[in-house]
Design a protein around this ligand. Structure first.
Ligand SMILES: *Cc1c(COP(=O)(O)O)cnc(C)c1O
Length: 450
């Protein structure tokens, strides 16, 4: 069975380079054939693999080298091998005692990540299913540390470019909608630290309890990074928890240029990163790092007499003490195997390549008279729209580009105007394919202009 599955997967990956970046053809009959109840007696594997293979290519192809919509990631095959092993062995890694050696492997990756961000030995990381869950845990941790149980007058601060998972998480964290204050951004769409300071002072004056500022390290719209150092100054002077949402951008910390852009991130109380974006891993791999392990534990720990005893402080981490989850998959191997197999330098090279490619795309597109390309990329995301066009013109241009089926982009409104976004972050999006994408965009822009 394993050999058949590997054959299917390697064929699928080989085909990605030629496969259309989007495919909705003949979808209805396929959906009908998939809406089946499990048979009483089972079906041979080859028939089921056939169904899976036909299903796999439908929709937009997030594993395709031409996929640059939203925030791509690609999905490393070596991580899938790690998952295959982890699922087959099925050890229990929510608590250290049942699988101390596997927990040590996951803990060592988290320790390494804490070091990448310059966090002290008292820090602790936890792998989450994604950035949203990491943001939720961060907000609950900040709330617990700064406000305790009576938190309804708490106020938190975000920029108008913040990811919607932050406001969604604030709701899950029990905060009323008016607890989230939106701070304005500058011309480069970065949070204005002076406006942040003024809002905190104003709120303190009217009796609310400011407790948290969420800075963005790579916004969804343009990949903007807030001035983390200046925001850290405000946070420390006003005694606020500083959370950095780096779901998209934080992994660029591995590169020299990324570290320059992200200066100040090492002062955060907590950091969200998404290895299923910035480390090219499969979906389901997010991460939260907290400067103070104790704060993370205080917000998440719970005891039950029927569970194995918790480790002491210096021992291996019980991940369930740092997370809302109890039973979970052994996510650690999904990072451990690719990092040790390929080496850190391979990831640094790939991330540097994405920064180079975004710069190249920006230069090429900005040179076209038909396009408006207002922001040079801070990370690997380029945003553009037809010059002097309407939002409908932007939609039209996006349709023409995506009709190529060689590149797949998405759009987002920024300050009321619709922009097309090209986010280069798949390990399969190499120079040749990005050059092809630029040519497709240029041709589509020229055609729209006529
Ligand atoms: C992707 C993203 C999130 C949400 O992460 P998920 O992994 O999709 O849950 C949050 N914030 C930012 C900035 C993101 O790019």
């Amino acid at each position: 069975m394993g050999a058949d599955v590997v054959e299917l997967v390697s064929r699928f990956i080989d085909q990605r380079y030629q496969a259309p970046s989007v495919d909705y053809t003949d979808l209805e009959p396929l959906l009908d054939s998939l809406a089946i109840s499990p048979a009483e007696d089972g079906i041979p594997l080859h028939q089921l693999l056939d169904l899976i293979e036909r299903a796999a290519g439908k929709g937009f192809d997030t594993a395709n080298p031409g996929f640059a919509a939203y925030i791509p990631g690609g999905g490393l095959y070596s991580a899938a091998l790690g998952d295959f092993i982890a699922c087959s062995m099925n050890r229990y890694t929510a608590i250290a005692a049942p699988a101390p050696a596997f927990v040590q492997m996951e803990a060592s990756v988290l320790r390494w990540l804490c070091g990448v961000f310059g966090l002290p030995a008292t820090s602790q990381g936890v792998l989450t299913p994604g950035g949203s869950m990491a943001n939720l845990s961060a907000i609950v941790t900040a709330r617990t540390a700064k406000l305790g149980e009576r938190f309804l007058h708490g106020t938190m601060y975000v920029s108008d470019e913040v990811h919607h998972s932050i406001t969604k998480s604030a709701r899950f964290a029990g905060l009323p909608a008016e607890a989230v204050r939106v701070v304005s951004t500058d011309a480069l769409l970065r949070m204005d630290p002076a406006a942040l300071r003024a809002a905190i002072e104003e709120d303190r004056g009217r009796g609310t309890r400011p407790f948290l500022v969420v800075a963005s390290a790579g916004t969804i719209g343009t990949g903007a990074v807030d001035p983390l150092d200046l925001i850290a100054d405000v946070a420390s002077e006003t005694d606020l928890w500083l959370h950095v949402d780096g779901a998209y951008g934080a992994c660029f910390q591995l590169t020299h240029r990324g570290r320059d852009v992200l200066t100040g991130i090492e002062r955060a109380d907590s950091i969200t990163l998404d290895p299923h974006k910035g480390l090219f891993l499969p979906y389901g791999t997010g991460c939260l790092l907290a400067r103070d392990a104790r704060a993370l534990r205080d917000a998440h720990e719970a005891h039950a007499d029927y569970l194995p005893p918790a480790s002491d402080d210096d021992g291996l981490p019980d991940f369930s003490s740092f997370s809302p989850e109890l039973t979970r998959d052994f996510r650690g191997l999904r990072l451990w195997l690719p990092l040790h197999l390929h080496g850190v330098a391979a990831f640094v090279r790939a991330l540097d390549e994405k920064l180079d490619l975004a710069k190249l795309v920006h230069e090429r597109l900005a040179a076209l008279p038909t396009l408006d390309v207002p922001w040079s990329p801070q990370l690997s995301l380029v945003t553009f729209r037809p010059r002097n066009g309407t939002n409908a013109d932007t939609e039209d241009l996006l349709r023409r580009i995506n009709a190529s089926a060689r590149v797949w982009l998405s759009s987002a409104p920024i300050r009321g105007q619709l922009y097309i976004r090209m986010c280069i972050l798949s390990h399969r999006s190499t120079r040749e394919r990005v050059e092809e994408a630029v040519a497709i965009i240029a041709a589509a822009a020229a055609a729209t202009d006529r």
